[in-house]
Design a protein around this ligand. Structure first.
Ligand code: DGY
Length: 334
């Protein structure tokens, strides 16, 4: 936590506070700490920063605080004014920032891990249950006043308790999803870049080959980072490996899924249902999802609780504080 009187930052001329460009409207408590400790340019209207604006408005700032909505590929990083020394992202995901280009330009990059783990795992379970138990169709039936009577064979969903849950990516969020799944007596299988130590695995079954993992997935939860390796991982061939009637949940990044293949599998009945919080090219999602009654859709709200958004903002500020105090940040990516 920052003290009420900010420490003198050695990298700044005496008496000057670091200048920070904040690209999005952040929760009030976070902005209060930013303006207390920094010479901050805020975005109260939350207006969109395209690449040109990001480069232009970065001028005169020592650092920028961005979200996953602002893309920083190599071409943009190279255009950033030389006075910009750090990009602190208000996100755990950092696929919107080219870390190699940042390292080459000696631009520090930090993210906000840990603090959104529980909120994201909670949303994963909300999607899993909602998709399996046809929550969207049920909700709509009531709101559209189409609920005639209780039916012994109506609205039959997929049973969750005791089923096999396959987790693709057993990092912090994947492990928090597994923890919740234990409460549902699910059999937990996972794939990860490397096998976890037994105390982290807690009985979960490791599959070195992600395709082998798919073959046991009554439920598949995607929790791995977006990368060149995971781009469109869930394509038609891999969906074919899932058991018939499986349920897919994604709270990681949309581009891990090949939309047309998933939509085809939900339409044909190969998959029973899906629950999605993230989409390729969001918010301009593939229109095919909107017509699918067996797809439960959320607008990327995995970390959207006030507590979590405060914690993300404070963590991003801890990272800026450490950087400008000349200290090592625990969340330094580049
Ligand atoms: C994250 O932190 O990566 C969330 O998806 C919000 O961008």
């Amino acid at each position: 936590m920052a003290s009420t009187s900010p420490p003198q930052r050695p990298s700044q001329p005496h008496g000057q506070r670091p200048r920070i460009l904040v690209t999005r409207k952040l929760p009030d408590a976070v902005e209060a700490r930013i303006t207390r400790d920094y010479d901050a340019t805020l975005n109260p209207a939350d207006s969109v920063f395209d690449a040109d604006r990001l480069v232009r408005e970065s001028a005169g700032h020592d650092g920028i605080l961005v979200c996953s909505t602002e893309k920083l590929p190599a071409a943009i990083i190279e255009k950033l004014p030389p006075e910009v020394k750090i990009v602190a992202t208000f996100s755990v995901g950092h696929d919107h920032i080219d870390l190699a280009a940042a390292k080459a330009r000696r631009l520090a990059v930090t993210n906000t891990p840990d603090v959104l783990t529980d909120a994201t795992a909670d949303i994963t379970f909300l999607l899993l249950l909602a998709a399996a138990r046809r929550a969207y169709e049920g909700e709509r039936t009531i709101r559209e006043d189409r609920w005639g009577r209780w039916e012994p064979t109506g609205m039959l969903g997929v049973h969750v308790t005791g089923k096999r849950l396959a987790i693709l990516g057993m990092g912090r969020i994947g492990r928090a999803v597994a923890q919740r799944a234990r409460g549902f007596e699910m059999e937990i299988h996972y794939n990860n870049r490397s096998r976890l130590a037994p105390e982290l695995e807690q009985g979960a079954i490791y599959h070195e080959d992600p395709e082998e993992l798919l073959s046991v997935a009554d439920f598949l939860s995607i929790n791995c980072p977006s990368s060149k390796e995971t781009y469109h991982f869930l394509n038609a061939d891999r969906i074919a490996r899932l058991p018939d009637g499986a349920v897919v949940v994604n709270t990681a990044r949309g581009n891990i899924v090949h939309d047309e293949s998933l939509i085809a599998a939900l339409t044909s009945g190969k998959l029973a249902a899906a629950g999605l919080d993230v989409f390729e090219n969001e918010p301009n999602i593939h229109p095919g999802y909107r017509d699918l009654p067996n797809c439960f859709l959320l607008p990327h709200i995995g970390s959207a609780t006030l507590e979590t958004r405060h914690a993300m903002g404070f963590r991003a500020l801890d990272n800026l504080d450490a950087f400008f105090a000349g200290k090592e940040s625990r969340d330094r990516l580049a």
